[in-house]
Design a protein around this ligand. Structure first.
Ligand code: ASP
Length: 419
């Protein structure tokens, strides 16, 4: 029998969750146990598994990524340009998301008690934790960025500190003598691959996780939640569309003198592939092929910019993380201060670098940001229902931004292109 693709499985799980959740209540019993508790058990297991992989995955991917760039001496200038492009486009996309989520306020339409959405944490408790953050906290964030004890930071989930240490570790790993650097590089690369395998394995259980988590929500609140989600969905799509159809074309036109329409046409197979796989990493071979044969970029540029971009440059993901976290805060009625929003932006930027190019990878990063700003981590269950479709869209944006980087960098290196 042919295996049903994961995104269909998730969609089916979603529909089943609604079918099961609507006629039942939190008190419905199954074999003498509350169905709600059974769902809670499986939902929690899935959540735990996601949280289990965060630290080792992010650490290994950052260490091996940074080390590979740092050891590449001949690519200094290319690396500099690529870095500026990646940073600038990620920031643009986050700002677009931030503006739209603050304008549309998709979470503010929910006026009830967040607990009725099946989220166990009390809203007033959350407000207390998040509300009082001010300038002092920002200073605190930078102070906590340098961990006194790395292991303790990892155990306590202080992600910024872990990321900071990983960047340092990766950078200096490339600076020691070859005989020491090479086994270390192999080790962290292997670690990264193993963590990726575990991640992919955990994601296989997403249909069960989605069924349990969404079922619980529908059971306790009916379809109300989808009304709020619809606005969330529209907000994310609108922000992604602005980045894809306005910001990136403007960059192509004004930073590289390229025709945006011709460029999109040339890269379309990669964009479509990204949409159907929801994975930048799986799309990479197609992206490279399009950049070389259809755009005419050299191996030197595309071979450096694209693999790097597939792991570190994720505009759509950064935008999504930011919108998702602020949406969740709005559902809880928490007004995030400018400082906290700034922390969210910084974390979205940093984690989008650490997120792996696989389906649903940003869920892990969102968990991380929620915890960092004091919002309840289980609130991520809210957005799981619409995650897959948005994943397909944000991955297309991720891949297209890498593709545009190739054009911009190639033109700045005076390459003649076919578009
Ligand atoms: N699926 C995305 C990608 O591969 C990552 C994410 O945002 O989940 O680019």
């Amino acid at each position: 029998m042919k295996k049903i693709p994961l995104h269909w499985q998730i969609l089916i799980a979603l529909i089943l969750a609604v079918i099961v959740g609507l006629p039942t209540t939190t008190e419905t019993m199954l074999f003498g146990v509350r169905l709600y508790d059974i769902m809670g058990f499986f939902g929690q297991m899935f959540m735990n598994a996601l949280r289990m992989i965060v630290i080792p995955l992010v650490f290994a991917s950052i260490v091996s990524g940074v080390a590979s760039v740092a050891s590449d001496r001949g690519f200094g200038r290319l690396g500099g340009k690529t870095f500026v492009y990646y940073l600038a486009t990620s920031l643009f996309s986050i700002i677009t998301g931030l503006t739209l989520v603050n304008l549309i306020q998709p979470g503010a339409f929910f006026t009830g008690d967040p607990e009725s959405l099946g989220l166990s944490t009390d809203a007033s408790e959350v407000m207390e934790k998040v509300g009082g953050r001010g300038f002092g906290d920002l200073v605190g964030v930078f102070l906590r960025m340098i961990p006194v004890n790395v292991f303790q930071a990892a155990a306590e989930g202080q992600f910024l500190a872990v990321i900071f240490f990983a960047v340092l570790f990766g950078y200096f790993m490339a600076k020691v003598r070859e005989e020491f650097a090479s086994p270390m590089t192999d080790f962290w690369e292997a670690m990264y691959r193993v963590m990726m395998k575990i991640t992919l394995w955990v994601i296989k259980f997403a249909p069960i996780g989605v069924f349990a988590l969404v079922g619980k929500v529908v059971m306790s609140s009916g379809l109300d939640v989808f009304r709020i989600l619809l606005l969330f969905f529209i907000t994310v799509l609108a922000a992604l569309a602005v980045h894809f159809f306005v910001v990136l074309p403007l960059i192509l036109r004004f930073a590289a003198g390229l025709s945006p329409v011709a460029y999109l046409k040339a890269m379309l197979p990669a964009v479509l592939m990204a949409f159907s796989t929801a994975s930048s990493s799986s799309t990479l071979p197609v992206t490279m092929e399009c950049a070389r044969d259809r755009v005419g970029a050299s191996n030197r540029v595309s071979g450096f910019v694209l693999p790097l971009g597939a792991t570190v440059n994720m505009d759509g993901t950064a935008l999504y993380e930011c919108v998702a976290v602020i949406f969740i805060a709005q559902v809880y009625g928490v007004d995030l201060s400018i400082t906290t929003q700034f922390i969210v932006v910084m974390l979205a930027l940093l984690t989008s670098v650490g997120v792996a190019g696989v389906p649903a990878a940003s869920l892990v990063a969102i968990t991380l940001i929620l915890a960092a700003v004091g919002l309840p981590v289980e609130a991520i269950a809210l957005i799981l229902a619409v995650d897959r479709v948005l994943d397909m869209c944000r991955t297309s944006v991720n891949v297209y931004s890498d593709a545009c980087a190739t054009g911009v960098v190639a033109r700045s290196e005076k390459e003649k292109l076919l578009v």
